[in-house]
Every structure is written in C-alpha cells, then in structure tokens.
Design a protein around this ligand. Structure first.
Ligand SMILES: Cc1cc2nc3c(=O)[nH]c(=O)nc-3n(C[C@H](O)[C@H](O)[C@H](O)COP(=O)(O)OP(=O)(O)OC[C@H]3O[C@@H](n4cnc5c(N)ncnc54)[C@H](O)[C@@H]3O)c2cc1C
Length: 334
C-alpha cells in the first residue's frame, strides 16, 4: 500500500494495490476535486510534489504532455508507485463515501423530444446524503457505468431526479428512452463529484448551462432557495432550439419571484420566433459582464462549452479558483 498526503490540508490516506489515487481518496471519504473519473475532463488534475505515479490511459485534452512533464497528474488515472505528497486545487476535506444501492424508477417523463426525466426511489431504509450538484452512476450489467447529475436538492423526500439527454446510438440512453419501464430496479452508486456550491464565499454567482447541464444547477439553485441564500445569481441557459430549454417556465418563475435570481436564456441556432439572446452562453456572459473578477462561475454541459467558458472567463478576469465545472463526457467502457 502507498500512503498519499495532501500538502495543503495534511489529510492522508492509503492506496491499495490496483487503486487510483482518486478511488482511494473517495473510499477513504476524502474530497478531492474531480468530475468524470475516466480521464476525460481534467477536473482532478493536481501536482505531485514528491513520489512517482503511473498513469492509465487518459485524453490529451484533460492533461497535456507539458503539464505532465511539469509534475502534474490526473488523479483519477494515476496509480502511485511509492508514497506521494500531492497538492490539489482546493484543500480537501472529508466527504460522504459513495454506496452501491438499488433504485426503483418511480417516474419516467418526457421533458423534450430528446430529454427524459427519471425519478428514482431508494429503499425506505436508506437515506442518501449528497451535496446539491453531485451525480450518480448507473452500473450496467456489462459493468459499464453512466454518470447523471442529480437535479433536485437533498432536502426533498422525493428521491432522486435526473435529466437524461438521448445520445444517438448510445447504449444506455437509447435503452432508457425506448425500453425502460416505470417500477424497474436499477443499480446505482452515489454520490460522486465535486460540482457543488462553495458556501464559504459571498461572491455573486454566474451559472452557465447547456442542455441537460441545467440538471445539477437546478439542484444547487433549489437548495439555495430552500436555505434562503441571499447571494445574487444569474443563470445563462443555452440550447440550440427553444425545446432544449426544457424547464424554461420554472426558470422564469424563479426570476419573477426571487429578487436575487436573474435568468438569461440563450439560443445558438437562429429561430425566427425567438426574441431573446442568441449565440453561445459563454459569449453572452462575457458580453454582459466584461469584468468577472468579483464573481464565482458554475458551468455545466458539453465538454467543448466548459473548456471554452474557462478560457473566455479567465480572459475576462475570473480567478482560476472561482471556476467550477462538470463536463458531460462520455461513459467509460469497462
Ligand atoms: C459527471 C457527469 C455527469 C453527467 N450528467 C449528465 C446529466 O445529468 N444528463 C445527461 O444527459 N448526461 C450527463 N452526462 C453524460 C452521460 O453520462 C453520457 O451521455 C452517457 O453516459 C451516455 O451513455 P450511452 O450509453 O447512452 O452512450 P455510449 O454508448 O457510451 O456512447 C454513445 C455514442 O457516443 C460515442 N462515444 C462514446 N465515447 C465517446 C468519446 N469519448 N468521444 C466521442 N464519442 C464517443 C459512441 O461511439 C456512441 O456512438 C454526464 C457525464 C458526466 C461525466
């Protein structure tokens, strides 16, 4: 076993043979920043201060060769070869350990032609603790895992709400759209992820979502409203066509009733009947707020949008440590 110590917080944990640094941290209840767990999004990137690691396959967009040569590692794919001292973007604290649970599909509902909401009910003896914005993984019979963000806040007793976009040719999403019936029992593991509100800050918040990237943001906003958090927040929700903003009415209701909440829907495809903003969400935000130095940004959706938003926002003064994201990368094949 190798011992890993996080320099900034002093937290330490053991990594069993064949575990990655991130797997061991999650098992030990230590919160490292991460997203996809499959070497695709780069959220778990950090520094190896001392010791050596060996990497499994990962995507070059998640970590460049220069970053690797500069002593960085992707902790979701890095296996220690000896004891390590590492550093991560945020000082890690302790978190909830994910558990494997059965979940019953209590409701399946079309939200748009290519978006379905699933409501999952857990056994009555189980109470799943999670932070708004975190995600679950479905464990398929062939071992493949598919990640979906939790779209509700944890206080409600209605189980878990998910918003699934159909991926053409996608093994799991095609099954959900075409075959899955209400009352089916699924196997899930939860909670995962570090996309959640940093409650210690009072900065105004920008939420940027494309498509079903709205799901975790909905969970965070619902939780903020429930807890009467008074931080000003603006949601930019982007889609190609009006149907992509499948809960537009809910956002408009929040904007009407909550003085701290502003909603800006944005369409990227020209639509003759659309009187609102057009273009990409990240560009709309930069145009409206040329100086982002005093904000926190929470960004969720397709990897290209998340990448581009990070660059655009940094160019407009957003500090790196004020950018939080979940990129909806594809499921890893196991
Ligand atoms: C943290 C996280 C949270 C997520 N939350 C949500 C959510 O709330 N809602 C939501 O709709 N989605 C979400 N996603 C995305 C979702 O997990 C995937 O869309 C889903 O797993 C697709 O599964 P599938 O079996 O239908 O598709 P797959 O069968 O895995 O793939 C579908 C198609 O994509 C192609 N493909 C597979 N991998 C790649 C690749 N790396 N590059 C290019 N093409 C590829 C395949 O060839 C196939 O044609 C999330 C992803 C992550 C990482």
């Amino acid at each position: 076993m190798a011992k890993v110590t996080i320099q900034s917080s002093g937290y330490a944990f053991e990594v069993k043979p064949r575990q990655t640094v991130l797997e061991a941290a999650i098992e030990s209840g230590i919160n490292l920043p991460y997203g996809c767990r499959t070497g695709a999004c780069g959220s778990c990137k950090g520094k190896v201060i001392s010791g050596k690691v060996m990497h499994d396959d990962y995507q070059g967009t998640a970590m460049t060769d220069e970053e690797l040569a500069g002593g960085n590692a992707l902790f979701c794919c890095a296996r220690p070869l000896e004891d390590l001292m590492i550093d991560v973007r945020e000082p890690a604290g302790t978190g909830v350990k994910p558990r494997i649970l059965p979940a019953r599909v209590s409701k399946k509902e079309m939200l748009a032609p290519d978006v379905i909401s699933l409501h999952l009910q857990l056994p009555s003896s189980e109470h799943l603790q999670f932070l708004p914005g975190q995600y679950i993984e479905f464990i398929l019979k062939n071992g493949k895992r598919c990640a979906f963000s939790i779209a509700n806040a944890p206080y409600s007793d209605c189980g878990l709400e998910l918003h699934l976009r159909l991926v053409k040719g996608g093994e799991f999403t095609e099954y959900v759209f075409n075959e899955l019936q209400e009352k089916a029992i699924m196997r899930i593991e939860a909670p995962f992820g570090s996309f959640h509100l940093r409650g210690e800050s009072n900065k105004p918040i920008i939420f940027a979502a494309t498509g079903t990237g709205f799901a975790p943001i909905k969970g965070i906003i619902e939780d903020m409203l429930y807890n009467d958090v008074q931080r000003p927040m603006t949601l930019y929700w982007g889609g190609r066509k009006p149907e992509d903003l499948y809960m537009d009415d809910l956002c408009k209701r929040w904007a009407e009733h909550v003085p701290t909440f502003t909603y800006v829907p944005v369409l990227s495809k020209l639509d003759a009947d659309w009187g609102g903003r057009t273009g990409y969400v990240q560009q709309a935000i930069a145009a409206d707020m040329p100086d982002l130095s005093g904000y926190e940004a929470y960004v969720c959706g397709l990897p290209n949008m998340v990448d581009d938003a990070q660059k655009v926002f940094a160019a407009h003064g957003l500090p790196q440590e004020a950018f939080f994201s979940d990129a909806f990368t594809f499921a890893a094949r196991k």
